[in-house]
Design a protein around this ligand. Structure first.
Ligand code: BGC
Length: 246
């Protein structure tokens, strides 16, 4: 069975029909640039363009880079603040005339990784972290998601953690992989380990493709640390999986 998945990110809005049996895209994804400012109306147009590109009709799962309760957006750290309190499911669903499920982007990526990727079959506490413009988190216990954990906004050395340990922070401050991994990511993981004692950290987001450049620098963490496997498509797949269960 196929369900459509859309991933709303700070730079791009990407989507494709997802083959739920394989946990992979059924067709190559289509991407449009996220408008700036990333207001609800502008982003809506991007989502519509992506869905119409495939002539899709049917259920749609959409990720959003903020807290989502029900289908209402509650926070917008890296997109336009006018999203707060918007019912994203109704906004997109009414425009397209199709059922739309909205969820946090890292939660969607985590759902996909737990079924088809690095977390498959893993019990106990598993934490997926996405390192990108911000830091997203998804927490699982025995495979069950605790949604909207927002660990990217924990305090780290007196700062919002994502401002120091995201891959955007690495780029903005022109940090080497070694410096970023040992001074930022390792400290952040140690803090999370102190609080939650996960068995496994799954490192997602764009940097998961470059895991061989920095994961080996990270020391002193008891939990196993592995890169995500679905990489950039995890959000699309996880959103479609969740929409299929609504
Ligand atoms: C947001 C999270 C999101 C993460 C990754 C953070 O700034 O608060 O909701 O999952 O960025 O996009």
């Amino acid at each position: 069975m196929n369900v459509f998945g859309v991933d709303i990110g700070g730079s791009g809005i990407k989507g494709a029909p997802v083959d739920l049996d394989r946990g992979d895209l059924a067709e190559p994804r289509h991407k449009v640039l996220t408008p700036h400012p990333a207001t609800p109306d502008g982003v809506l147009e991007g989502v519509v363009e992506v869905v119409e590109h495939f002539g899709w009709s049917g259920p749609i799962g959409v990720t959003f880079p903020g807290v989502v309760t029900g289908s209402v957006i509650r926070t917008a750290a890296n997109v336009d603040k006018s999203w707060v309190d918007v019912d994203g499911g109704s906004l997109i669903g009414d425009r397209l005339g199709m059922p739309v499920t909205v969820m946090n982007d890292a939660d969607a990526a985590g759902v996909a990784e737990m079924t088809f990727g690095a977390g498959r079959g893993r019990k106990g506490v598993v934490m997926l972290l996405t390192f990108g413009t911000g830091i997203g988190s998804a927490l699982f216990h025995d495979g069950a998601l605790v949604p909207n954990t927002e660990f990217g906004h924990l305090e780290l050395n007196g700062h919002d953690a994502e401002k120091k340990a995201s891959s955007k922070a690495k780029e903005d401050e022109d940090l080497s992989y070694h410096h970023w991994a040992t001074h930022r990511v390792q400290k952040y993981l140690a803090h999370l380990e102190m609080l939650f004692s996960p068995e496994l950290f799954i490192i997602g987001g764009g940097v998961s493709r470059k895991a061989d450049k920095f994961l080996h620098y990270i020391e002193g963490i008891r939990a196993e640390i592995v890169p995500a496997q679905l990489q950039n498509n995890a959000g699309i797949v996880g959103a479609a999986m969740t929409a299929s269960q609504q």
